[in-house]
Design a protein around this ligand. Structure first.
Ligand SMILES: [Zn+2]
Length: 423
């Protein structure tokens, strides 16, 4: 039950989980879980806890968030696909989808918070542009576990929960996502706190990997194509890792899905590097005028400047092994795709999912996807209209607003006092 070891993607050594996200020999590589249960046994539990066997945790938190896969009729007909499967991560109770903060980031938050608490790693510090912070705040409330969330000031309206909680310490920075990340690194170095680790955290990736598990167990086989817009690419890496486990399971086929990924123009560093055949992102070529480009992107959750692309076990390896591709999508194409999807399927999408749908439309039009194969599309967020009908959303207030003049000693004093009350 829930037994696993960790394996370094570079040196291959297996070792017990201490809660760290680094190889004991410090290789720059993703660390993966290797589960004792080679055959996936789905538990009779709600949401993602069905896939508890392949999550790096020993207790099952009582949460309902989870992916829901169904076969599309209207949108599939519009697109001319025979077998189009939608894995929906958001709020849509009529379909059994109960991710209340409407993004697949909740799937990361659940096992990440559970693993940190089991490993006594300390209170997690999360930097976010919005969706991740909202997801961790919600799960902190549901699991009654404290979390520190650091966001750009402009993202404040995006941080809400469906239940009142005192478990979230929300800190704003006067800057962009990159400034929130730098501030969060300094805060995570304070006593009793720890950085959540981003893509390097196997719990985050295996949480998102449940999207592929849900699709494969619903379809009965690993899909031939996996479609998703990427900012860091962590969701795609997670889906690829989950597909590898399904291949070892043996009941879902021996093929890996082609990864059909996309980024939102004009900020498309991974698409540029991949097109040039490079494992490394060259900041001068692939993300020139980054600040200006980022400010023009519609789906701003896709604007990660430091994605796990070249790292061993990262997105370059994922695309290479799966015969994948990264497309680029304009803001107009994303908006049109959102409208078309909502008309056909009856649910609203977040901008990043709009980019995903737009990339499917272009890939199909240009003959890059065989419409007769099993196509799975990861809808990473949606149902924002629906959740407002079901819940009174509770805004999370910023406990501390910082700017460039705020000293670290001042922040440390404030955070330490809060930690004393919550640790
Ligand atoms: Zn290693």
């Amino acid at each position: 039950m829930g037994d696993y070891q960790i394996q370094c993607a570079a040196c291959g050594q297996l070792y017990p989980d201490t809660g760290s996200n680094e190889c004991p020999d410090r290789h720059a590589a993703l660390q993966r879980t290797v589960y004792t249960a080679q055959r996936l046994q789905c538990a009779d539990l709600p949401g993602m806890m069905r896939f508890y066997d392949w999550l790096p945790i020993h207790c099952k938190p009582a949460v309902t968030a989870g992916p829901v896969t169904y076969r599309s009729v209207a949108f599939a007909r519009e697109m001319g696909f025979s077998n189009l499967y939608i894995t929906f991560n958001g709020f849509w109770p009529e379909k059994g989808a109960s991710v209340k903060t409407c993004s697949f980031k909740e799937l990361e938050a659940v096992p990440t918070m559970q693993r940190a608490s089991e490993k006594k790693s300390g209170i997690l510090v999360v930097a976010s542009a919005g969706n991740t912070g909202r997801a961790f705040a919600q799960i902190a409330a549901e699991m009654n576990t404290p979390v520190v969330v650091v966001i750009p000031k402009k993202s404040l309206p995006l941080i809400w929960t469906t239940i009142q909680t005192d478990q979230v310490l929300l800190i704003t920075v006067d800057g962009d996502y990159s400034d929130a990340i730098s501030r969060s690194i300094a805060i995570a170095a304070l006593p009793h706190l720890t950085a959540e680790g981003g893509a390097k955290n196997c719990a985050r990736r295996d949480g998102m990997g449940t999207v592929m598990l849900d699709a494969a167990t619903t379809i009965g086989r690993i899909p031939d194509y996996y479609v998703q817009a990427v900012g860091s690419g962590t969701g795609a890496i997670a889906a690829w890792e989950a597909a590898q486990r399904l291949v070892r399971d043996g009941r879902y086929g021996s093929h890996l899905p082609h990864m059909i990924l996309s980024q939102n123009l004009p900020f498309v560093p991974m698409a540029n590097a991949w097109k040039a055949g490079r494992r490394e992102i060259d900041p001068m070529i692939d993300m020139a005028d980054a600040t200006q480009a980022i400010s023009q992107v519609y789906a701003d959750v896709l604007t990660n400047r430091n994605p796990p692309y070249g790292i061993t076990g990262g997105l370059f390896d994922c695309l290479t092994e799966t015969g994948g591709e990264i497309f680029t999508v304009s803001n107009d194409e994303a908006r049109q795709a959102q409208r078309l999807f909502e008309e056909c399927e009856g649910i609203d999408l977040d901008p990043a999912a709009g980019v995903t749908v737009a990339s499917l439309i272009t890939a199909a039009r240009d003959g890059n996807i065989d419409p007769c194969r099993d196509v799975m599309i990861n809808i990473t967020g949606g149902g924002y209209k629906r959740v407002q009908e079901a819940y009174d959303l509770v805004p999370v207030n910023a406990a501390l607003a910082t700017d460039r003049t705020t000293g670290m000693d001042q922040i440390a004093g404030f955070v330490n006092d809060w930690v004393k009350e919550h640790a």
